[in-house]
Design a protein around this ligand. Structure first.
Ligand code: ZN
Length: 249
């Protein structure tokens, strides 16, 4: 009987990175997390706030956990019955800049990744990025930031258009005018469509092309990273349905 009930409810185990968390009633929390096999989920954890405070408890934002949850198939809020902290990633709290970048990564995933669609590549991207940030990134925080944004946008199918003009569709390669509003490059002839469009340096465009296909961050010249960061931030401001709270300049 128990077995049949379990089958009906669907009991699952997954690895989960917490994206957001809210208090719920006296002692419980609701949260949003990205899992390795089930994609982004919303969950309810009962009694979590009653646990004694430790430095990094299970199911805090930006921790990696193993969870057991019931899939009731009638609600998108799943009951999470077990949460085991696998990795607290304490290094993410070492300074304000690292915390800011962590929050940006979490918010970007929360904003762009749809609920309940398996996204193993995005899970691995988020996990590796947080682990690199936790350990002190060898390529620099800015390079890590631009890689994460470019790869995530690619994996959710939302990347800037770099191979064809966003106005007329003409082939452009490593040349053109960057238009955050249009979502990519404009050719010389279509430049008038966005008065704010400005010439994109070929080095920046080739770095962008390399990042789109790279699983790991790439060491880049400082001015290329800064130019990329600025263009990507503009892109996110124009192209996302709602503004990111964590996007600061
Ligand atoms: Zn054009």
């Amino acid at each position: 009987m128990v077995y049949r009930l379990e089958k009906l409810m669907g009991i699952h185990t997954a690895e989960a990175i917490v994206l957001r968390r809210y208090p719920f009633r006296e002692t419980s929390v609701t949260l949003s997390c990205l899992t390795d096999v089930f994609g982004k989920l919303k969950g309810l954890v009962k009694g979590l706030r009653a646990q004694p405070n430790r430095y990094r408890s299970p199911m805090e934002p930006a921790t990696i956990n193993r969870i057991v949850f019931y899939d009731t198939r009638t609600s998108q809020l799943h009951l999470m019955t077990q949460c085991e902290l696998l990795s607290p990633l304490n290094g993410l709290q070492r300074d304000v800049e690292t915390m800011r970048l962590t929050c940006l990564c979490l918010e970007l995933v929360e904003t762009t990744v749809p609920l309940e669609e398996p996204q193993p590549a995005i899970y691995q991207l988020l996990r590796r990025t947080l682990e690199r940030l936790d350990g002190g990134p060898s390529v620099g925080a800015e390079a890590l930031r631009v890689h994460f944004i470019v790869r995530l946008l690619r994996l959710v199918g939302f990347q800037p258009q770099l191979d064809r003009c966003t106005g007329c569709g003409a082939v452009v390669h490593l040349t053109g005018y960057w238009s955050a509003k249009q979502g990519g490059l404009l050719c010389q002839g279509c430049r008038y469509e966005d008065p704010r469009a400005n010439a994109a340096a070929p080095e920046m465009l080739s770095a962008l092309e390399a990042l789109v296909e790279s699983d790991a961050p790439v060491a880049l010249e400082r001015q290329v990273v800064l130019a990329l960061r600025q263009r990507l931030d503009e892109f996110l401001r124009w192209r996302l349905d709602r503004p990111l709270k964590t996007l600061t300049t």
